[in-house]
Design a binder for this molecule. Sequence first.
Ligand code: HEM
Length: 506
Amino acid sequence: MSILDLEQTVKLSCFLFAGYFLASTLYQWHRLRHVPGPFLASFSYLWIAISSWSGRQYEIQKVLGEKYGPLVRVGPKDVSTDDPEVIRRLSSAKSPYPRSGWYDGTRIHSDSDSMFTMTDPTIHDKRKAQTAAGYSGRETPGVESAVEEQIDNLIGLIRRSYIRKPGAGSKLLPLDLSKIYSLFTLDVISRIALGKEFGCLEADKDVLGFTHIVEAFMPAMNLLGDVPWARNIAFSKLGVKLLSPKPTDKSGIGLMMKMVNDQVRKRYTGDAKASTDILGMEGSFRRNGLSEIDCQTEALFMFIAGSETTASVMRITLLYLIATPTAYQKLKAEIKTALESGRVSNPITAAEAKQLPYLQAVLYEGIRARPTATGTFSREVPPEGDTIHGHFLPGGTTVAMNLSSLMRSKTIFGEDADIFRPERFLEVNQETREEMQRIVELMFGYGRWMCAGKVIAWLELNKTLFEVLRQFDFQMYNPQAGIIARSHGSWVDKNILVTVTESDIA
Ligand code: HEM
């Protein structure tokens, strides 16, 4: 080929490529052109990529509803909604909507799915039924006492290392709420899933280096998971094989994988003693038909789904309480009255905690004020298409839940929805309160896809907040120092430093 021919071929290729790029961009834009949203999002995934990577996913998402309405275009084939009715309809047990490919972004095993990455409703429903008795506590009555053991360890650690004695002479080590609750939830999950806690609270450190790995990789994982073409590469079978953690790793998720695999193997080879953990020999998962590898995958996913989520609610709720003295005092007063009247056990049971109205209001407000997960959790419109809020959505469009915007809705939560005020749940009639609570509970998803660990999460939240405030009082260590809170699907928090004193109501 002569140099002239080569030049012509290169020019023609560039021209064809530019033509293809323009035509496909125009096509992408055209299919959802009637749905309002940020301009960049209408033809490219750059908008989603920026919001996933920036650490400001929450701030970016929470204003979308007010700016564009209940249905917003957030990508070429993607919309999001903050309408609770639509969220419920799409996730209900009878909905024809499957989960979208977004869920692949949490895949860890190349040859086995956790319940979370099962996008097909029929396959997913089967796994959900197999694990329901374990997660709900029906076949695992020991979960509540396992949580109590870890609360004891949490209180022990605070008392051992962080308590500030009265007077100026005592040595002062600030307690980092962003760290201690992560240690607590890791110990809870390992205790209930594997029968023995990792011992993070005992050692006062993340013994496996899990949170460090999560923090370090969260921006990249969130980005890869949110942008479809990147996800299709990174989370393909080959991508997962090459990139995902390995049981031979010396720390982080790989090491956790090894511990989980070993524990599960013991139980499946039959030399384990009877135990009350979710996975035990007599444990629910095995009894309900999970194979060894399914069990390993499910158990590992439990750490990803159940540790930082719950820890983030615990730390932010306590932080909001410390920053809102009226709410802090009211909750302390409710705890004191409950103790004096002998209405609560030591430690409090989950059932007793549910009877304390201000404690409930604080927990719902804590979840609402800073939504736990900012990931998109999208569904896929079935092939025949669907109409939402008057906009036709062709088959294959993904519809995300914008919980960040929903939780800030002034129509539902009042004009002061931007601030932490638990009273909003108490000054309305019962019907309105229950509807507000149901909307906050959408934070756990809904219907067939709803969080399997919701009962365990509420158990932890109720018992821990009560017990910690029964024993201690908290104040900010340095109110002028900045707290770091970045949202990449879930939260990466740092530097929530407090000082702790003994409470006078215990
Ligand atoms: C405050 C704490 C928690 C929050 C806000 C939360 C939230 C969620 C959400 C939003 C989903 C996905 C729902 C959907 O796809 O529509 C989910 C799924 C899941 N969560 Fe949680 N979660 C929490 C704690 C936990 C805990 C403690 C565990 C385990 C002990 C857990 C285990 C799971 C599992 C296994 C799934 C997959 C369920 C399915 O695919 O059907 N979660 N969670």
